[in-house]
Ligand binder design. Structure first.
Ligand code: GLU
Length: 446
């Protein structure tokens, strides 16, 4: 029997999620669905000064909106007792040791090492402290921070995206796991959670590769088997700059407010970094079907908001009425399916349908340059009932009577009826506007 897969997305609730970490969530979610496994949401909220309940709720809301509902949600602040146990286990094994240096003292050590041309690696002098020396430092009021004693063997793993990895620790200091106030840095809690929750695959950004090497040693020191790892490359902005969590404009919340559809975000996030052509996908099942971590390249990927907007528009152009009916009703847009089919090809966002609905219902400011031509066209306007052929029948009649064709025929009519020189095919809009309103706009109110 193969073991069920279990993955987790682990944001810190110190901000909302942005396109970069949404991509991590998408890759984890797709992996879980593809392998019939589970997708956990872990809130990394051990930094109590910066984590807020509002951000935690916001992250859950963003994931739900994206269609990436987690199977389970848990938070690290509920699990401190387990981290204490794990820290004790490491202390008992001689892998977690107390250090008393102040930040200033550490900085001076670093400078001395650099001046001597040595890598600025912690010298482990705290390991040499006798019990008396420790007691006297504590009597001075110093509280220890705790470092993990790295094993200097290389750590190797087969990364699902980066291939075989072999990591040497010679230029890495023993990492601090517990701060002097007893709070935990991210490194240990993450490993304890991955063990306790039976996480099978850790899929995260390549900024965590060094953490992975350290964490593999931690899994082993805690007597557990490390999960498998996949480190995806990071997103760069369109100009090649890094995307920081604080670039608010790229938060999922702001993209949503800007009218971007969740499927556009999820589709782009799933396809960036693969060699596949970015194209709209109607639903998640299609994305799951084509998903494979092995398709992701190791190279950094550019995220271009213009590409997202273009994908969003293409997606909207193909959305069936039933997918938007509720939202159109909320926007006060009527006209049912005929209206939606008439305008969707002109929309960059679903909300823009309201602008075209106002063009249907009026009032509009007719734009008439050639009153004689418009008056002639008004006389030729067919009687109701109107349907899909009315526009063609009418303009054929006007063409025959006036000799006009092409732009000279259509543009003055469009400008008179809609007040605009661009827009959806009038064949679709005309029956919705109706004969009375068209006549009124042509200046021939009966
Ligand atoms: N809270 C960490 C982050 O957002 C989680 C990394 C991980 O997936 O382990 O970078």
């Amino acid at each position: 029997m193969t073991m069920a897969t279990r993955v987790r997305f682990a944001p810190s609730p110190t901000g909302r999620i942005h396109i970069g970490n949404a991509r991590t969530a998408v890759l984890n979610w797709l992996f879980a669905r593809k392998t019939g496994g589970e997708f956990l949401l872990r809130l990394d909220d051990t930094d109590t000064a910066r984590s807020t309940e509002a951000f935690a709720r916001g992250i859950e809301e963003d994931l739900t909106w994206l269609g990436l509902q987690p199977d389970t949600v848990f938070r690290q602040s509920d699990r401190l007792a387990r981290y204490d146990e794990a820290a004790d286990q490491l202390r008992a094994a001689g892998r977690l040791y107390a250090c008393y240096e102040t930040p200033d003292e550490l900085e001076r050590k670093r400078k001395r090492q650099l001046a001597r041309g040595l890598p600025p690696v912690y010298d482990r002098s705290a390991l040499e402290l006798s019990a008396e020396e420790r007691a006297s430092l504590e009597a001075e009021g110093r509280r220890p921070h705790w470092r993990f004693l790295l094993d200097d063997r290389r750590v190797e793993w087969d990364d699902h995206i980066r291939g075989h990895q072999s990591f040497a620790f010679d230029s890495l200091s023993d990492p601090v796991l517990v701060r002097h106030d007893g709070s935990y840095l991210y490194t240990l809690p993450s490993v304890v959670d991955d063990i306790d929750k039976s996480v099978t695959h850790v899929i995260r950004g390549e900024d965590h590769v060094t953490n992975t090497a350290v964490q593999i040693q931690l899994f082993e020191a805690l007597g557990a088997k490390a999960p498998e790892f996949a480190h995806h490359s990071l997103l760069l902005g369109a100009e090649g700059q890094g995307l920081s969590k604080r670039t608010g404009a790229l938060s999922i919340e702001s993209l949503r407010e800007a009218g971007i559809e969740p499927m556009a975000i999820v589709t782009l996030a799933a396809m960036l970094g693969t060699s596949e052509t970015v194209q709209p996908h109607a639903d998640m099942a299609e994305l799951v079907a084509s998903f494979d971590l092995a398709k992701l390249s190791r190279a950094p990927v550019r995220f271009d908001e213009a590409e997202l907007k273009a994908l969003n528009a293409r997606l909207i152009h193909g959305l069936p009425y039933r997918a938007v009916a509720d939202r159109l009703a909320t926007l006060g847009v009527g006209g049912g399916e005929p209206f939606w089919l008439a305008v969707r090809g002109n929309l960059a966002t679903v909300a823009e349908a309201a602008d075209w609905w106002r063009v249907v219902t009026g009032p509009v400011e007719p734009d008439i340059d050639e009153p004689d031509f418009i008056a002639e066209a008004a006389r030729l306007l067919p009687h109701e009932p109107w349907g899909a052929d009315t526009w063609r029948d009418w303009t054929n009649g006007v063409k025959a009577a006036t000799g006009r064709k092409g732009k000279a025929l259509f543009m003055p009519l469009r400008r008179a009826i809609t007040g605009l020189d661009h827009g959806p095919e009038l064949a679709g809009l005309l029956p919705l506007i109706g004969r009375d309103r068209v006549l009124e706009r042509l200046g021939s109110k009966q």
